[in-house]
Design a protein around this ligand. Structure first.
Ligand SMILES: Nc1ccn([C@@H]2O[C@H](COP(=O)(O)OP(=O)(O)OP(=O)(O)O)[C@@H](O)[C@H]2O)c(=O)n1
Ligand SMILES: C[C@](O)(CO)[C@H](O)COP(=O)(O)O
Length: 238
């Protein structure tokens, strides 16, 4: 039976965050940022296993208690020099059937929900190639010349890719090992390079990637509010 497996690349250094701690371990409401992506994937009833790809020398992961996630969560210490390499190494290390769907999700997107996971699987699960969560571009786009506007670009038909991005294990391995000079910044671009057209699945702007310090402040606001609302709900139900 086809399975849906999560793969969370978490071997980056978070250099654009400008702090010593790798951003996936920065605190959000008492947990490291990565906790929330893991929680969404592990608690999704549609996903049967979740693999986290850490840097081989990651000294942060062991400092946290991951027992609540049981053996559905597996750790692979095979991160690479690029996100694509980390995903490639993770695909090679995970035990799965080539036709299983792999949902690759950034550890740096902590606001993923099980509803968005279900939306992606529902929309993509019966397609041949696969697809990704994304949002249509809402702002006017400018191409820069230094810090000045060089020209305004049309935003017609443009979407911002998010994650999870969902492809069958064998196709994704083929796409990422497709010998070419170009280093894909997401799984979909590697699959496109094979001539395929992944499906765009409309997501939610709250599923943004934490890249810069202000993104972390936004993620804290969203997740602290979620935790507070959950606490109030539990109180009401007591
Ligand atoms: N060699 C790498 C680089 C990135 N990632 C992961 O890919 C996701 C998205 O990448 P990005 O936001 O760029 O994270 P970093 O590379 O850590 O950030 P920066 O580019 O600012 O250094 C993150 O969860 C990151 O941990 C990874 O597994 N292996
Ligand atoms: C995969 C991704 O999140 C889709 O938008 C994005 O490409 C990751 O880019 P990064 O530079 O590795 O953060």
């Amino acid at each position: 039976m086809t399975q849906y497996i999560g793969l969370i690349p978490a071997a980056g250094s978070g250099s654009r965050m400008g702090v010593e701690v790798p951003k996936q371990y920065l605190d959000i409401a008492g947990h490291p940022m990565i906790y929330y992506a893991v929680r969404a994937m592990v608690t999704s009833p549609l996903i049967t296993a979740v693999y986290v790809v850490l840097a081989a020398d990651d000294s942060w992961w062991a400092g946290y208690n991951w027992c609540e996630f049981g053996d559905k969560l597996q750790v692979l210490r095979c991160g690479g020099a690029t996100r694509a390499e980390s995903v490639t190494n993770g695909l090679a290390a995970m035990s799965t059937d080539g036709k299983d769907w792999v949902l690759v999700h950034d550890a740096a997107r902590p606001c993923l929900t099980i509803e968005l996971i279900a939306r992606l699987i529902e929309a993509v699960g019966d397609t041949e190639i696969g697809g990704l969560l994304a949002i249509p571009v809402a702002d006017t786009l400018k191409r820069a010349s230094g810090v000045h506007v060089a020209q305004t670009e049309s935003r017609d038909g443009l979407w911002q890719a998010q994650t999870p991005q969902m492809f069958r294990h064998d196709l994704l391995q083929q796409a990422l090992s497709n010998n070419s000079d170009f280093v894909p910044t997401d799984e979909a671009s590697a699959v496109e390079a094979l001539g395929h057209h992944p499906l765009l699945v409309a997501a939610d702007s709250s599923n943004f990637k934490v890249t810069y310090p202000n993104d972390l402040r936004m993620a804290r606001l969203i997740l602290e509010q979620e935790i507070s609302a959950q606490g109030n709900l539990e109180q009401d139900n007591d």
